[in-house]
Write a protein that binds this ligand. Structure first.
Ligand SMILES: Cc1cc2nc3c(=O)[nH]c(=O)nc-3n(C[C@H](O)[C@H](O)[C@H](O)COP(=O)(O)OP(=O)(O)OC[C@H]3O[C@@H](n4cnc5c(N)ncnc54)[C@H](O)[C@@H]3O)c2cc1C
Length: 453
């Protein structure tokens, strides 16, 4: 029997066969799975509104989905309902070189947005590791970060306006293409990072920057974690804000070498990938200063890329980290705890101690300049005894991050995976405020039910 929505939409928009639904039951988060009653693939904002109005009338849950690369289970359908996948709404609508903005539909791939900006000689800085696959709508819903966050900020810093479909199917434009706009309560900012729970983003106006004229990449190798952490602090204290300050621990480096064969020694405790961009003279000065600082803090070696191609080769060490670790065991659980930068070395040591205490294998890499770590637990979800130890280790990692003044999630969002830990971080009063907001935006609770709250 065909789905009732099939009569309200053009042909080919609604999938109901179990084999078609299967890929939409998971996202990038291991161990979480669900099944939707149907998947809808709208091609216009009017079709999105038709679907959402029908969901409102029938009380049907609707999980918005971009590319399903999320790492907190946000796009996994837990209540029997619809998955509304915006992948076909992927057009770049305009690049405005006079106002330095770009307008795209929510299903546009992040890399396409960056490429469209670059084709006009402009720069869209947010670069999540998943940017070749993730959608701009998913980036906005998670407020995603990337490797350039230290200097350029995260997705929120580049969202100027959003087209949103509310839970009742009504349409709103939040924000403008104006550099300054304080009209109203900042609804646009509330929607950013709201994980599909407050409204459905159908299009966005994004801020662009001029392309940096030059870039220089350096890789520093350290025999101790503290020296790497001190190097980060000393670089920032020297008033240098590199675009990238990324870190790999010994376990991760070993995996990366086995996978990508970059030619790095595997007996070092920490590797820092450092990148500076901007005016060529400033880049040359900053690269020289960062090399000096790393050596003064005891780096065993510092490699400076001679050209762009070598820069890309050195950066591969960091970009390949997740894939390299994922080869070791069947299940890869990537966390994103974040601590104030001054507590980074303590957090890395805490993760290492937790791995030993709970007998689990953890490699850690991440955005050192942002205090954002990716402890990556390598395990096998079919082994129940091992998974008990994994969950105990995750509890301990979140507790350690909170004890250091950190957060349970720096960029992947709460979704399902971190929902049990959110009250520990926010406390009852902030949790109650979140519930009141959800009630105000979505009184029937149809938008991504069971997530975050
Ligand atoms: C290899 C890998 C590397 C990654 N690297 C990074 C990284 O460096 N930084 C980072 O921050 N994240 C990273 N991620 C996580 C993930 O890619 C991001 O969260 C990304 O923004 C998700 O985009 P998506 O289109 O896949 O969204 P999905 O996974 O489809 O959805 C994510 C959430 O957003 C909601 N949503 C999606 N589209 C919309 C919309 N249009 N309107 C309202 N809600 C919507 C969904 O309901 C869900 O809650 C990585 C993931 C992988 C697998």
């Amino acid at each position: 029997m065909s789905h009732p929505l099939a009569t309200l939409l053009p042909a080919g928009r609604v999938l109901t066969a179990p084999i078609d639904l299967a890929p939409y039951g998971v996202d990038g988060t291991p161990t979480l799975r669900g099944t939707a009653a149907a998947v809808v693939l709208p091609e216009s904002v009017d079709e999105v509104r038709t679907v959402v109005r029908w969901c409102q009338e029938t009380g049907t849950p609707v999980v918005t989905r971009g590319s399903g690369t999320g790492l907190s289970g946000g796009a996994v359908p837990v209540a029997a309902g619809l998955v509304l996948c915006l992948a076909r709404m992927d057009r770049i609508l305009a690049v405005d070189t006079a106002n330095l903005t770009l307008r795209a539909e929510a299903g546009a791939i992040t890399q396409q947005v960056a490429d469209a900006a670059a084709a006009a000689g402009l720069f869209y800085p947010p670069d999540p590791g998943s940017m070749k696959i993730s959608t701009i709508g998913g980036n906005i819903a998670e407020n995603s970060g990337g490797l350039r966050g230290l200097k350029y900020g995260v997705t929120r810093d580049y969202v100027m306006a959003l087209q949103v479909v509310w839970a009742d199917g009504e349409l709103a434009e939040l924000g403008t293409a104006c550099v300054k706009d304080v009209a109203g309560f900042g609804l646009k900012d509330l929607l950013i990072g709201s994980e599909g729970c407050l409204g459905i983003v159908t299009a966005a106006t994004l801020k662009l920057l001029p392309q940096p004229a030059a870039r220089r990449t350096l890789l520093a190798l350290f025999d101790g974690m503290d020296a790497a952490a001190e190097t980060v602090s000393a670089i920032i204290a020297a008033k240098i804000i590199p675009c990238t300050l990324e870190f790999l621990d010994r376990t991760t480096l070993g995996c990366v070498e086995a996978y990508a064969r970059i030619g790095l020694p595997t007996d070092v405790e920490a590797v820092l990938l450092m990148e500076t961009d901007g005016h060529p003279a400033a880049v040359a000065d900053e690269a020289a200063a960062m090399e000096r600082i790393a050596r003064a803090q005891g780096a065993r070696a510092v490699q400076v890329a001679a050209d762009a191609a070598e820069g890309i080769r050195l950066a591969t060490a960091r970009r390949a980290a997740f894939s390299a670790l994922a080869r070791l065991r069947p299940t890869t659980i990537l966390e994103d705890v974040t601590v104030p930068r001054s507590r980074l070395a303590e957090m890395v040591r805490a993760v290492q101690a937790i791995a030993v205490q709970h007998s689990v294998q953890i490699g850690t890499f991440g955005h050192f300049g942002d205090g954002n770590l990716h402890p990556t637990i390598l395990c096998d979800e079919r082994d129940t005894a091992e998974m008990r130890r994994v969950h105990a280790a995750m509890d301990a990692i979140f507790a350690a991050a909170l004890a250091l003044g950190g957060t349970i999630t720096g960029e992947h969002g709460v979704g399902l995976a971190k929902k049990p830990y959110l009250p520990q971080q926010l406390g009852p009063s902030a949790m109650a405020a979140l519930h009141r907001l959800k009630q105000a935006f979505d009184p029937k609770g149809i938008l991504n039910p069971g997530k975050v709250l």
